[in-house]
Design a protein around this ligand. Structure first.
Ligand SMILES: [Mg+2]
Length: 321
């Protein structure tokens, strides 16, 4: 999968802000730094939407009833969500992402995939690129983002989860520390699309880790699980051909999408033909980072727009490197 010059064929970066809502609250009021901050519904039926790492150490997690959080963390600071502020910070973070890639797919206010074809050769390697993005987000917004870099979406998202908090995990296409070393020890329930029911079924079949699933012939999985079996066989082998679906830069993402949009919807969207990536990958190669912020993912990318790095006049993007 690695090209001869060492550039990955399809580098995908998944960026996920750490404790986003709670972190924005700390930036708004620095006196909250180091304290257990819990954002969520404050009524008796409210639910936690974000908790600082200090609150997590007390056992508070997202989606937990606020009443339970108050019992676990009685000295926590409980705040109602301020979606205007989260939207503002999300747009700032998005501008940083746009400066690294013309193809950014937001999943929610605090998460996005970046298609990095064309960007990796501008850096000394994926680690340098991932750390540069993390540093840029921190410098421009004060927020901490964890990053996973891998050859596809499934692996990149898993990698960013393992990078938390405040980290970077690179899953190389091959070699030591590559896909199998990362993927196979993980529980089978970490495979995208495996819900509680499927996890239970896999467990009954004795398939506990992703490596266990990968060891079963695809035809056997298909017989046992139908189409899902075929999908599991691919993902367990680290194969995921869903493209990063670019969304025009600087478009705000509604707060409600945080709750409504899920990975299933994302997969459905990715499979629609009109969302296939425009332009052959080779046309993206050579896009300079300084030019990227000005490219809109939904516009045809003619060579004139991408060659030369710094092109048209306009706001000069901050030098992130
Ligand atoms: Mg997050």
């Amino acid at each position: 999968m690695t090209k001869p010059d060492g550039v990955w064929a399809t580098p995908v970066l998944h960026a996920d802000l750490d404790a986003f809502y709670a972190s924005v609250e700390v930036i708004k009021d620095p006196a909250l730094r180091g304290k257990p901050v819990i954002v969520g519904g404050t009524s008796s039926r409210g639910v936690v939407t974000s908790a600082s790492y200090e609150a997590r150490r007390a056992g508070v997690t997202s989606a937990m009833p606020t009443s339970r959080a108050r019992r676990l963390c009685p000295h926590g600071i409980y705040l109602p969500p301020d979606f205007d502020a989260y939207g503002r910070y999300s747009r700032q973070v998005r501008e940083v992402f746009d400066s690294f890639s013309p193809v950014v797919e937001p999943l929610s206010l605090d998460e996005a995939f970046l298609d990095l074809r064309g960007a990796t050769r501008l850096w000394s390697g994926p680690e340098a690129l991932g750390e540069a993005l993390r540093a840029a987000v921190r410098r421009e917004t004060g927020l901490v983002v964890s990053v996973g870099l891998a050859p596809n979406k499934f692996l990149a998202k898993l990698a960013s989860r393992h990078a938390k908090p405040d980290g970077l995990v690179v899953v190389a296409p091959d070699g030591p520390g590559g896909i199998e070393a990362f993927l196979h020890p993980l529980p089978a329930s970490d495979i995208w699309g495996v819900g509680d029911r499927t996890a239970e079924l896999l467990d009954r079949l004795g398939l506990r880790t992703i490596g266990d699933v990968a060891a079963v012939p695809a035809a056997t999985l298909q017989r046992a699980l139908g189409n899902l079996g075929t999908q599991l066989a691919k993902l367990a082998a680290g194969v995921d051909s869903r493209p990063v679906v670019g969304d025009p830069p600087r478009k705000s993402v509604g707060a409600e999408e945080t709750f409504e949009r899920d990975l299933v919807a994302e997969a459905e969207i990715a499979q629609q033909p009109q969302h296939q990536p425009q332009g052959a990958p080779s046309r993206r190669v050579g896009v300079a980072v300084g030019c990227m912020a000005r490219l809109r993912a939904d516009q045809p990318r003619g060579p004139a727009a991408v060659v030369g790095g710094r092109g048209r006049a306009g706001r000069d993007p901050a030098p992130f490197w």
